[in-house]
Ligand binder design. Structure first.
Ligand SMILES: Cc1cc2nc3c(=O)[nH]c(=O)nc-3n(C[C@H](O)[C@H](O)[C@H](O)COP(=O)(O)O)c2cc1C
Length: 372
């Protein structure tokens, strides 16, 4: 089981509202990264969407303040030339000692035109397919001439290799028909937002079948929020506290944005979450211990597992049993919750933190010595 955290600029106790949002700067993000690194998470996802700090610059700046965490850097195809991306990836992988993972994201209708990508949904996936196909060949050391619909280059060759062979792992997010096919062709790990286990299992089956037809195997990952507390009552009270801070205007704006997205993954989330804000948080429990409240105020991953550590661990293991081995989790605020999740939850999971952490100092007879 690999457990990653999340590292994005918007954060705070309830960051959808100005009152609940923190100022996010380098010092803050470096604190979160150092917590992730110190606590033994496998790494963190650095998302990209438009409004935040650049994921490559952020990731690069965090290499020297961390020792072993991996960086999953989200990349939209077509914005930088494939050879340039190959150079960035090889450089990052070398300088970090093999700690790079890329998340191939295709983006959605509103997000891409400002970056010069004005293609419609399915054409964007045709671009994704060409782009990552060329990138993989470059990372494998080929000299590439390519004359495609979207990618055209001559005599492209990467001169310095990455540490990881044949290239840093490729993660992938996208739920539409063309997305599933592109994932089968290029992804090492297919990611989904936290849909209930039966729906998530359908996606695993669909991608696995397509990959098998191409003679490939793909691993699976899921992106979930967590609300873990010492007791179930406290955890649900925390969910209620969050719901009570979701004002109707913010919900309306987020829902309007989600409705106009052409992302199939987002539509699947919307169908799960609905657009009505109930009074009682439990009304948004759409599967045992799975709460859809975050989906009211944000796009993307709208669900959270809520409960005491044993409950949350059991639910994560249910996902593991249907085929997920990569978990990208987070809680709010990102900094405090790294510690809470590490203290309460990680010890209950079959997750080899000790392999990557220094052994605890054995105090022996000093354990009970009076201090202070
Ligand atoms: C776990 C996960 C993480 C994602 N991260 C990002 C991201 O950082 N930036 C982004 O633009 N899209 C992100 N996406 C969305 C993808 O860009 C996806 O291509 C988009 O939702 C449209 O695809 P679809 O219609 O095939 O679902 C992510 C998706 C998943 C499942």
């Amino acid at each position: 089981m690999d457990i990653y955290w999340y590292l994005i600029p918007q954060d705070g106790p309830y960051p959808w509202s100005e009152k609940g949002r923190r100022t996010i700067d380098y010092d803050y993000l470096a604190q979160v990264a150092r917590a992730v690194d110190h606590l033994g998470f496998t790494g963190a996802l650095l998302a990209t969407g438009g409004g935040e700090h650049d994921a490559w610059v952020l990731g690069s700046s965090l290499i020297p303040v961390t020792k072993r965490m991996k960086f999953i850097i989200a990349v939209h195809p077509g914005i930088v030339a494939p050879l340039m991306l190959a150079q960035k990836a090889a450089t990052f992988d070398q300088f970090s000692g093999g700690r790079l993972i890329l998340n191939m994201v295709t983006g959605e209708n509103k997000q891409m035109p400002p970056y010069g990508i004005t293609l419609d949904h399915d054409e964007r996936y045709a671009l994704t397919d060409e782009y990552w196909g060329v990138w993989r060949r470059l990372m494998s050391g080929e000299v590439v001439d390519f004359d495609g619909r979207f990618v055209n280059l001559k005599g492209a060759q990467l001169k310095l290799p990455a540490v990881q062979k044949p290239y840093p792992p490729l993660f992938f997010g996208g739920s539409s028909e063309p997305a599933l096919s592109v994932a089968a062709r290029h992804a090492d790990t297919y990611l989904t937002w936290g849909e209930p286990p039966p729906q998530a299992a359908e996606k695993i089956k669909a991608v696995r079948e397509r990959a098998r037809a191409l003679g490939r195997t793909v691993k699976f990952g899921i992106r979930l929020n967590l609300i873990v507390r010492e007791t179930k009552e406290e955890a649900w009270a925390a969910a209620q506290w969050l719901l009570d801070r979701m004002d109707d205007a913010t919900v309306a704006v987020a829902q309007a944005r989600n409705r106009t997205s052409d992302s199939v993954g987002q539509a699947r989330m919307r169908a799960i979450v609905g657009d009505r804000k109930p009074k009682d948080a439990r009304e948004l429990e759409i599967y045992p211990d799975l709460w859809a409240g975050f989906g009211l105020v944000r796009n993307g991953p709208g669900t959270a597992i809520v409960g005491d550590p044993e409950t949350v661990a059991a639910r994560l293991l249910e996902y593991r049993d249907i085929g997920f081995d990569t978990f990208i989790v987070s809680g709010q605020p990102l900094l405090e919750e790294t510690y809470r999740v590490a203290d309460l939850l990680l010890p209950l999971l079959p997750f080899d933190r000790e392999a990557v952490r220094k052994p605890r100092l054995d105090l022996g007879p000093f354990a009970n010595a009076a201090r202070g």
